[in-house]
Design a protein around this ligand. Structure first.
Ligand code: SF4
Length: 428
């Protein structure tokens, strides 16, 4: 399988990379932000944030210009006065939920999403969801998770949401054929492309979590092999394994190489022949290479610095260094799951500085000293860095844009080329 023999890892046989661990002030969005992309995936779900006016403002501005006739998320604002008695707060919550479901009979799955304010922390949302579920099932299932900024960074909201969903997935029949579950929210267009490729390889039993509908949740059991599509799903993976599912180890499907290795890991698990794999993937690989080539002259040799934000940083650094010739100087991530990232870490360039957690002032000092060509960071850091003349890429865009798979590899490269081009124009 010559065509598929990929470049060897740049750090052969490295055991444990050296990681700078930092615990200081962080500049990240909270897990509520995940609702912005999760609400589009499960069409009959609703996310009811139990929060403050700050949470409502965050959701409004993060949702930006999106205006829906029938929005699928809202914030129930718990005011200070509700603290007087938790019974009041619970009754108020029940009233809000009843009103919502009366108005929106299409809702089949309701997530109660916790937040940071102390009055919300005191509310036992787990018990509230059980109470409401008992009243409302089987018509509506009520689950809960926390999107609080004290506990989560922005992509962990998706992890917490899916982890809450896993215990309610149906059980796969014990005698069922082995199945593949792709785990992590993907844009519909990407999901369709992967689904078509798996089917072309002869894999019929392929499901996606989250599914498009609460009535169509994928079953799980000891015959389920799951393939993570996102690197920030540690809790979800733990819950899936608790239900007997087995993880397929693979890098993440970013770029031509990552997508090939990701698909190949699944293909090998299900005994797909090299010939079939080659014939199914070759056209996509070729298209991806061609699309990426347009951007490579803009990116090759450029130095890139990642602030910790999305947990996509390590797979992105691997893609940008190996396929686009960029030079990562620091790759920061809020949290590093060594097992899920093992294949990615093996493919990073030797000597790259890895950091986990954040102490933002120290990290800014390192960034200034490194003087990179491009910085990937959250919105809070982007404006000040741009004002200093440093080109930035907002990491949140990588969650709102379809970036996985062959057909998106060129767009992914372009996301990093664009700020460099813009800065060149500003300098002219
Ligand atoms: S959950 Fe916490 S961090 Fe997030 S918007 Fe609400 S108050 Fe702010």
């Amino acid at each position: 399988m010559n065509e598929l023999s990929l470049k060897p890892p740049m750090t052969p046989g490295c055991d444990e990379p050296t990681v700078l661990r930092e615990r200081g002030q962080r500049e990240v969005f909270c897990g509520l932000t995940g609702i912005i992309w999760m609400h589009r995936k499960i069409q009959d779900a609703f996310f009811l944030i139990i929060g403050s006016r700050t949470c409502a403002h965050l959701m409004q501005s993060a949702a930006g210009v999106m205006i829906f006739a029938e929005p699928r998320f809202a914030t129930a604002i718990i005011e200070e006065r509700d603290l007087a008695g938790m019974a009041d707060a619970n009754e108020e919550l029940d009233r809000v939920v009843t009103r919502l479901l009366d108005r929106r009979p299409d809702i089949k799955l309701l997530f109660l999403v916790g937040s940071c304010p102390s009055e919300v922390i005191k509310l036992d949302l787990s018990r509230a969801s059980q109470r409401l579920s008992a009243q409302l099932s089987p018509k509506v299932r009520v689950l809960n998770y926390s999107g609080s900024g004290i506990e989560t960074t922005f992509t962990q909201g998706e992890d917490a949401c899916l982890a809450a969903l896993v215990p309610s997935l149906p059980a796969e029949a014990a005698d069922s054929a082995p199945s593949l579950m792709v785990v992590g929210a993907l844009a519909d267009v990407v999901e369709d492309q992967f689904d078509r490729m798996f089917k072309a390889m002869g894999l019929d039993n392929v499901r996606f979590l989250p599914s498009g509908s609460a009535d169509n949740l994928p079953p799980v059991g000891p015959n389920t092999h799951y393939l993570l599509a996102q690197p920030f799903l540690a809790d979800t993976a733990w819950h899936l394994e608790d239900r007997g599912a087995k993880r397929i180890a693979a890098p993440f499907p970013l770029g031509e190489e990552g997508t090939t290795l990701w698909l190949q890991a699944a293909a090998r698990t299900f005994g797909v022949s090299d010939e079939v794999f080659e014939s199914v993937t070759a056209p996509g690989r070729e298209r991806a290479r061609r699309a990426m080539a347009h951007q490579s002259e803009r990116l090759t040799g450029k130095r890139i610095f990642f602030f910790p934000d999305s947990q996509l940083e390590i797979p992105l650094a691997r893609f940008l260094s190996r396929e686009m010739g960029m030079v990562p100087v620091e790759v920061g991530t809020p949290y590093m799951h060594r097992e899920h990232l093992a294949e990615e870490l093996d493919m990073l360039p030797a000597g790259v500085r890895l950091s986990e957690g954040q102490d933002v002032d120290k990290q800014l000092d390192r960034c200034h000293a490194d003087a990179p060509d491009l910085v990937v960071c959250g919105l809070g850091l982007a404006n000040p860095l741009e004002a200093e003349g440093i080109a930035t890429k907002w990491s949140i865009e990588l969650l709102f844009t379809p970036i996985q798979g062959y057909e998106q590899a060129g767009d992914l490269a372009e996301l990093f080329a664009r700020p460099l081009v813009r800065r060149t124009r500003l300098e002219v």
